[in-house]
Design a protein around this ligand. Structure first.
Ligand SMILES: [Zn+2]
Ligand SMILES: [Zn+2]
Length: 551
């Protein structure tokens, strides 16, 4: 008898960092692992968020969503998923705390959130999902072993192998090894973010001494540490140092305050350390040597605290030469210029800026090559698929997995939208339309690709509005009126518009003017043609036709 086919749809995160989501299904029933968002890239003007395609879930009975950890690229899409269908969500208590914050912002009403402990098991339909603890840059991260009627899928989620974790919660390496032997792993999906980095990622504990050095070196300075607001272990370390050096903490940014409350509530942060805070607005009145500021926005996000601190001296305090600003984070690919802007601005204001990796004020939360190879070796999967990374990271991880020599059947390089089908003795990829981006602009699916293209043209090439008046019987009345935005404002621009106007008028007099759509298309073509010939630009052309009862 042949076993049913195991199918895994990769809805995001393969080929880019963000919007991680994988649908694991057998016989039309499935579970999702994560449902994240991606933040828009520079070529997506006006887009708030990018989601995995929701249509990909329509033909499967979705039994539940298993969240690996509380980072946005793993949970950010949940409000949009839940707005569409009711489905229970599992995760660690910590992860669900972050999920609840996210859901509360969207007022979705009752959602079914079910907490799993570190060795929790859930039976759902023909699936049995087991949690495995992993270490990462946020507490409470889990990997999942999804046992299906067609074999076991092991999804690592984001992880690093930290042998000296701050909270003493170790990664379940022994459990992964046990699963690798019995029942054996059919498919291993593993985090590729650092697949190009040699060696072993340093423990989170390594950051403490580096920060301690800074506090000792800059005894008289006001120290501001910027990090991810979800990195509760880092926050705890900074708070410990602040107290050890007689400094009071000030928390800048709403997400930081909210996450610290969550951390206290869950017992992840030490209450004593956060008992005596300074209000952010009182920092300016304090002796710089007696405060330590924690801020969000280390990626240069425009709305975040660090950006405001850099550019708005009225908001909290004015950064000056007695300030030290520590970026306790890596730059996520794509954020380089935004971060650089901040570093330059703080430097301009006279502050000393400390960044990683020049000083070890940050360690990555993602496994490097030795750790990645270890996981492949312990799991000894039939098939290996690298996930969570840009194409180069996936390719490096695939190559590494091949080199371990323990992947029994094959290493498969998939990308967004692909569906992996695992049959009795072979596996293959099927193309689907579900790799496409789903853009969120206030409302789900508000923005089509056409709209995006228009916005891009608008921002890069400018816009020309052409209004033409024609009589009901199709004759042009007067001259076309051309207005341009984002265009050269001098005689050359005016001369060009006049030339366009003349060419257009000729075409209008010759062409069929009965149908409005045809008329608009004619205007668009003619105007574009002349402008492109003269300037090599391709502005957005907006034709406006008015029909009047003319002579
Ligand atoms: Zn991630
Ligand atoms: Zn993560």
């Amino acid at each position: 008898m042949t076993a049913p086919e195991l199918r895994i749809r990769f809805l995001g995160g393969l080929g880019e960092i963000g919007r991680n989501a994988a649908l694991i299904s057998v016989d039309g029933q499935g579970v999702l692992v994560d449902f994240g968002v991606m933040f828009p890239k520079a070529d997506m003007p006006g887009v708030d968020l990018v989601l995995p395609q929701l249509e990909a879930l329509d033909d499967v009975e979705l039994l539940g969503v298993f969240i690996t950890h509380g980072h946005e690229d793993h949970i950010g899409g949940l409000p949009f998923l839940l707005a569409r269908r009711h489905v229970p969500i599992w995760g660690s208590r910590t992860t669900l705390g972050f999920v609840r914050h996210r859901l509360d912002e969207y007022a979705l009403g009752e959602s079914e959130l079910v907490a799993l402990d570190d060795t929790g098991v859930v039976e759902l339909g023909s699936f049995r999902v087991e949690a495995i603890p992993v270490t990462h840059s946020i507490p409470g991260a889990l990997a999942y072993a999804v046992q299906t009627p067609a074999g076991l899928v092991l999804h690592t989620g984001d992880f690093k192998v930290d042998h000296t974790p701050l909270d003493g919660r170790h990664m379940g390496l022994a459990r992964i090894a046990a699963l690798g032997t019995n029942p054996g792993v059919r498919v291993l999906l593993s985090d590729s973010t650092n697949a190009e980095e040699e060696g072993w990622s340093p423990s989170e504990q390594m950051v403490g001494p580096a920060l301690f050095d800074l506090f000792a070196r800059f005894r008289d300075a006001r120290i501001t540490v910027a990090c991810f607001s979800s990195h509760l272990h880092r926050i705890q370390q900074v708070a410990q140092l602040a107290r050890a050096h007689g400094r009071r903490l000030a928390l800048l940014g709403r997400s930081l305050q909210r996450n610290v409350s969550l951390g206290l509530e869950l017992g992840l942060l030490d209450r004593d350390l956060f008992a005596h805070q300074v209000d952010a607005r009182e920092v300016r009145e304090r002796d710089p040597a007696q405060v330590c500021v924690l801020a969000t926005g280390s990626q240069g996000e425009r709305m975040a605290a660090l950006h405001q601190l850099a550019f708005d001296p009225q908001r909290w305090f004015a950064v000056a030469d007695h300030d030290v600003v520590v970026f306790s984070s890596d730059v996520i690919p794509g954020n380089e210029s935004a971060v650089n802007l901040l570093v330059n601005q703080f430097t301009r204001l006279g502050a000393t800026v400390v960044t990683s990796p020049r000083e070890r004020v940050h360690v990555s939360g993602h496994a490097m090559r030795e750790e990645l190879a270890l996981i492949v070796e312990l799991a000894r999967p039939e098939y290996f698929v690298p996930v969570h990374g840009e194409h180069r990271h996936l390719a490096a991880h695939a190559e590494l997995a091949r080199r371990t020599g323990v992947v029994r059947r094959g290493v498969i390089l998939a990308r967004d939208g692909a569906e992996l089908v695992v049959g009795d003795d072979e596996a293959w990829l099927e193309e689907t339309p579900w790799g496409e981006y789903l853009y969120v602009d206030g409302v789900v699916g508000d923005v089509s690709r056409g709209v995006l293209r228009e916005r891009r043209d608008l921002s890069e090439e400018g816009v020309v509005v052409v209004s033409v008046t024609v009589s009901r019987d199709g004759r042009v009345i007067g001259e076309p009126q051309l207005t341009s935005v984002g265009w050269v404002h001098d005689e050359r621009g005016d001369a060009l518009l006049e030339e366009v106007c003349a060419v257009l008028l000729d075409a209008l007099r010759a062409g069929p003017l009965a149908d409005d759509d045809a008329l608009r298309e004619l205007i668009r073509q003619q105007v574009r043609l002349v402008i492109r010939e003269r300037t090599k630009r391709r502005p957005l052309v907006v034709p406006m036709v008015t029909r009047v009862d003319g002579r």
